[in-house]
Design a protein around this ligand. Structure first.
Ligand SMILES: C[S@@+](CC[C@H](N)C(=O)[O-])C[C@H]1O[C@@H](n2cnc3c(N)ncnc32)[C@H](O)[C@@H]1O
Length: 183
């Protein structure tokens, strides 16, 4: 799916997509650059869209890793099924079903491109709470956002939250790296 097709799909479902263009390679690098490649990891992706972050993750993840992607848009789910990689599992349901699929403290990274600012407060809180539940003590929740609307929510939910900014995206974006700080 090229950027034009993503744009058309985004216009059809603007509230759930929350973007007009896919994340740029520079933004993706900021988002996932801290994930190590030298050991098997359990990684969850929330809101993969047509898979630009998914593919970048599969490029860097250790061969023994798993990547589970939660996506609610059926057009995007079909695109994700085209990716042939035994490490990838696509789940066509909302990110607030995370704990139905993962035990507590079993996930190393949750990588999210969810349009947090467009998601109902109660659903958003459920997603964040479930992410906390499934993350290992050393795990991290990684998220980008076009403005800092949810910085407060993330600060309240995680012990450590760092924010970086990149101009190299349309629009420019903030990248949060959040950890439970239990180690
Ligand atoms: C901004 S797009 C991100 C697409 C791609 N990952 C990127 O970074 O360019 C947000 C994606 O989140 C998906 N989404 C929105 N709400 C969701 C939810 N509750 N659970 C799972 N996916 C959701 C949308 O369908 C859309 O594909």
């Amino acid at each position: 799916m090229n950027n034009w097709n993503f744009f058309r799909e985004a216009l059809k479902n603007f509230r759930s997509t929350g973007a007009i263009a896919r994340a740029s390679p520079a933004l993706i690098k900021h988002l996932i650059g801290s994930i190590p490649s030298d050991r098997p990891l359990t990684v969850v992706e929330l809101g993969p869209g047509e898979g630009c972050v998914t593919r970048a993750l599969l490029d860097i993840l250790h061969p023994g890793s798993t990547l589970t992607a939660f996506e609610i848009n059926h057009t995007f789910v079909q695109r994700l099924h085209i990716i042939q990689d035994p490490r990838l599992r696509v789940i066509a349901s909302g990110a607030d079903r995370l704990t139905e699929h993962f035990a507590p403290a079993s996930v190393d990274y949750v990588v999210s491109s969810l349009p947090l600012s467009m998601i109902d407060q109660s659903v958003k809180q459920r997603i964040i709470r479930q992410s906390q539940d499934v993350l290992t003590p050393a795990g991290a929740f990684l998220q980008y956002q076009y403005a800092l609307q949810d910085y407060g929510l993330l600060k309240d939910s995680f012990s450590n939250v760092s924010v970086r900014f990149t101009l190299a995206n349309l629009p420019p974006a903030f990248v949060y790296s959040c950890s439970l700080g239990m180690l």
